[in-house]
Write a protein that binds this ligand. Structure first.
Ligand code: NAD
Length: 291
């Protein structure tokens, strides 16, 4: 039985770590707010009181942290200081591709192995162990991680060398944000016409306008339920990754720029902790709503 240090037990990492414990891994969890380890312990895992305490003795280190600086701090600190030689680091977080590449190189220089394995599928995908996982790294390392990835993922694809998973994830985040923005405009448009919204959403879902975004987010919008899910603050971070990565490649992405501004406006209005379906509130404000 492999020992897995799991660092970052939030909306996504919490259920992922519990699935690994359920599958027989010896999971040692650490989270900055320690109460988040309680559910892992109930699911058969163990709690550590520091990142280094979780990494000590682990065969695999899994990370599910918010942003590039968080991953950099934990990897270059607790992991590099504590991990035994050959340890496999699996970073599930969504971070900048260049940071992922750089950390993988630094890990290799220290006799460690690191792959990027960002996920898509949202909270539901994490809770149902049905994530789509885009994996970047060396063939042998990805092969070694595959059994663990298969526990939490349904569609697991090795897309290239270190950093490539994050590049694909940036494209994923562009597509999702654009979809949500268009869904928010469509809902606002249908409301203005006094349309039967549940009926409209049902029939739209059966045609070319149907999507995972529509399936997961339309009802939340109709209910005005913007509990996260995926926080606007995190999608703002991801639109920054899209913009920077597009610039590095010299690629023009005009819709990405517009949608990034809508996400930024949602955050500026104080909705950063709401689900990204709260883009609806920004579209409503553009249409004269007062809050
Ligand atoms: P979250 O904020 O719910 O969870 C992050 C957790 O990390 C928190 O519990 C926080 O306390 C902990 N943390 C932060 N810094 C830490 C540190 N230094 N040491 C230990 N713990 C620390 O966020 P989330 O929604 O689970 O997202 C995590 C990552 O997954 C992000 O990169 C996000 O972009 C990505 N992601 C999220 C979703 C989603 O639907 N929520 C979907 C796909 C990908």
């Amino acid at each position: 039985m492999s020992t897995v240090a799991f660092i970052g037990l939030g909306i996504m990492g919490g259920p992922m770590a519990r699935h690994l414990a359920g599958a027989g891994y010896d999971v040692v969890g650490f989270n900055r707010s320690p109460e988040k380890t309680e559910q892992l312990v109930e699911a058969g895992g163990r709690a550590a009181d520091s990142a280094a305490g979780a990494v000590d003795g682990a065969d695999i280190v899994a990370l599910m942290l918010p942003d590039s600086p968080d991953v950099t701090d934990v990897v270059t600190g607790a992991v590099f200081d504590t991990a035994k030689p050959g340890t496999l680091i699996v970073d599930f977080s969504t971070i900048r591709p260049d940071v992922a590449r750089d950390l993988a190189q630094q890990a290799a220089d220290r006799g460690l192995r690191m792959i990027d394995a960002p996920v898509s599928g949202g909270q539901a995908g994490a809770e149902n162990a049905a994530l789509s996982i885009m994996v970047g790294g060396a063939d042998a390392d990805v092969a070694d991680a595959r059994p663990l990835l298969d526990v939490v993922g349904k569609t697991v694809v090795h897309v290239g060398p270190a950093g490539a998973g994050q590049t694909v994830k940036a494209a994923n985040q562009l597509i999702v944000a654009g979809n949500i923005a268009l869904l928010a405009e469509a809902v606002t448009f249908l409301q203005a016409h006094g349309a039967d919204l549940p009926a409209a959403i049902e029939v739209l879902g059966g045609g070319l306008a149907g999507s995972a975004v529509l399936n997961q987010k339309a009802q939340k919008m109709l209910d005005g339920d913007f509990a996260p899910g995926f926080r606007i603050d995190l999608h703002h971070k991801d639109m920054g990754i899209v913009a920077e990565s597009a610039r590095q490649a010299g690629v023009v992405t005009p819709v990405a720029a517009l949608v990034a501004q809508l996400v930024a406006a949602t955050r500026a209005a104080g909705d950063g902790d709401l689900d990204h379906s709260a883009l609806l509130r920004t579209v409503a404000r553009l249409n004269g709503a007062s809050s």
